[in-house]
Design a protein around this ligand. Structure first.
Ligand SMILES: Cc1cc2nc3c(=O)[nH]c(=O)nc-3n(C[C@H](O)[C@H](O)[C@H](O)COP(=O)(O)OP(=O)(O)OC[C@H]3O[C@@H](n4cnc5c(N)ncnc54)[C@H](O)[C@@H]3O)c2cc1C
Ligand code: FES
Length: 349
C-alpha cells in the first residue's frame, strides 16, 4: 500500500467539530491522488510507537480542477481526530492512494436519476458524487436527502445551496433536521422535520416521479440510515445492485472463533508472499506480521481497503458490509474479516 506525505495548504473550521483540510498536491505529478467520486484515502499516523490508520473520503470532484480536500469530524477522545486537530498549515499528512467500493461510475452519455442520502459527516463522499454528476453527467438528475442534527449544524450548507441555485433544474435538495427548532437559512420546501424515516423516503422519492429502473442510490452515514434507506428504496422497486451503502462506523461485536483450529499458509500471488498463521486469526493479521505493505485501514469491514480476490482455498467470513453482492460474486473477500479454513489460502490484490 503506497503512502505519500502531502502538505496541508488550508484548514477551514466548517463547524466547531468539523474541519476541512485542503492539500497542497503540487508535488504529486503522477496519478497517486486519482479517485472515483465516493472513494476514500487512508490517513496513517504514528501515535507514539503505534501506527494507526483511518479512512477519510475525498470531498471534492475529480472532474474539477481544485486541490484535494478531506473533511474530518473531531470526535471526543478520537485518536485520529485529536492528531488532525493539532495540525497547522504547512504540516504534512501521510495519505494513501484511493480505495473503496463505494463510488459512482460517472458516464457523460448516461441519463440517470440519482437519489443520494447522507447523514452528518457522511456528506463528504456524497458531496463528491453529487458534484461529479452535476459537472460530468450533464443530462442526469440528482435528489439529495441530507440529515443533520440541527439547522445550524449542516456541513457544507453554503456550498450545497450554491449548487442547488446553479443547477436548479437538475438538483433537488432536502434537509432532514433532527432538532427542528431553528430553521435558519432553510426554506420550507427543502426542509423535513425530524429524523429520516422509511415513510419520508418513500413520499419524497414518489414526489420526484423517478423511474426506479433508472435510479442509482448512494447512502452514506450511520448503519441505521443505511438500513432504513435500503429497505425503503428496495420496497419502491429499485434493484438491490443499484443501491450503494457506506458506513463510517459500526460497533463490531463479533467474537474471534475459538476451538480446535490448526494453521494455514496464506499465499499472496501478486506480492509473492507466503505467510503462516493460526486459523483463529484473520488473513489480514497473518499477512501484517509477514509484510508491512499490506493494504488495510479500518480493520472492521467498513472501508474495503483490505479487499482481495480469493483465488484458491476456503475461508470463514465474519461480516463484509463494504462489499456489494456483485463484488462478492466476482470473488472479493475482506481480508480483515476472513479466517482461513483450509491448509492453504491463495489471494490476489
Ligand atoms: C469508508 C470510510 C470513510 C470515512 N470517511 C470519513 C470522512 O470523510 N470524515 C470523517 O470525519 N470520518 C470518516 N470516516 C471515519 C474515520 O475513518 C474514523 O473512524 C473517525 O475519524 C474516528 O477516528 P478517531 O481515531 O478520531 O476515533 P477513534 O479513536 O477510532 O474512536 C474514538 C471513540 O469514538 C467512537 N467512534 C469512532 N467513530 C465514531 C463515529 N463515527 N460516531 C460515533 N462514535 C465513533 C469509538 O468507538 C471510540 O469510542 C470514514 C470511515 C470509513 C470506514
Ligand atoms: S481494513 Fe477496512 S474493510 Fe478491511
Amino acid at each position: 500500500m503506497k503512502f505519500k506525505r502531502i502538505p496541508i495548504a488550508e484548514i477551514e473550521n466548517l463547524l466547531p467539530d468539523v474541519i476541512a483540510l485542503t492539500l497542497d498536491s503540487s508535488n504529486i505529478t503522477d496519478d497517486f491522488l486519482d479517485f472515483y467520486p465516493g472513494q476514500h484515502t487512508t490517513l496513517r499516523i504514528m501515535d507514539g510507537a503505534e501506527e494507526i490508520r483511518r479512512s477519510f473520503a475525498f470531498c471534492h470532484s475529480p472532474f474539477e480542477n481544485v486541490r484535494p480536500r478531506i473533511l474530518v469530524k473531531l470526535l471526543k477522545g478520537g485518536r485520529a481526530s485529536h492528531h488532525v486537530s493539532k495540525r497547522v498549515i504547512g504540516d504534512e499528512v501521510e495519505l494513501s492512494e484511493a480505495y473503496g467500493f463505494f463510488y459512482a461510475d460517472i458516464n457523460a452519455e448516461k441519463n440517470r436519476v440519482y437519489f443520494l442520502m447522507a447523514e452528518g459527516i457522511g456528506i463528504a463522499p456524497i458531496y463528491s458524487i453529487l458534484k461529479s454528476i452535476l459537472l460530468a453527467e450533464p443530462i442526469s438528475k440528482v435528489c439529495l436527502l441530507y440529515e443533520s442534527a440541527n439547522a445550524d449544524n449542516i456541513i457544507l450548507n453554503a456550498e450545497l445551496k450554491l449548487l442547488a441555485d446553479k443547477y436548479n433544474n437538475r438538483l433537488t435538495l432536502y434537509h432532514s433536521i433532527q432538532k427542528a427548532g431553528l430553521l435558519v437559512n432553510l426554506s420550507k420546501s427543502d426542509y423535513l422535520k425530524g429524523k429520516v424515516t422509511q415513510e419520508k423516503i418513500q413520499s419524497l422519492f414518489e414526489s420526484q416521479n423517478f423511474n426506479p429502473e433508472k435510479c442509482e442510490v448512494f447512502i452514506s452515514g450511520s448503519s441505521e440510515l443505511n438500513k432504513i434507506g435500503q429497505q425503503a428504496l428496495s420496497h419502491l422497486g429499485i434493484p438491490t445492485e443499484q443501491i450503494h451503502c457506506n458506513r463510517f462506523y459500526e460497533i463490531n461485536s463479533s467474537v474471534p472463533p475459538s476451538g480446535a483450529y490448526g494453521s494455514s499458509t496464506i499465499v499472496v500471488e501478486d506480492l509473492k508472499i507466503n505467510a503462516k498463521g493460526s486459523q483463529t486469526t484473520t488473513i489480514l493479521e497473518i499477512l501484517k506480521l509477514a509484510n508491512s505493505d499490506i493494504p488495510f485501514s479500518c480493520e472492521s469491514g467498513l472501508c474495503g481497503t483490505c479487499a482481495a480476490r480469493l483465488v484458491d482455498g476456503e475461508v470463514e467470513v465474519n461480516t463484509q458490509p463494504a462489499l456489494e453482492a456483485v463484488d462478492i460474486a466476482s470473488g472479493y473477500i475482506l481480508t480483515c474479516q476472513c479466517f482461513p479454513r483450509s491448509k492453504k489460502v491463495t489471494i490476489k490484490y
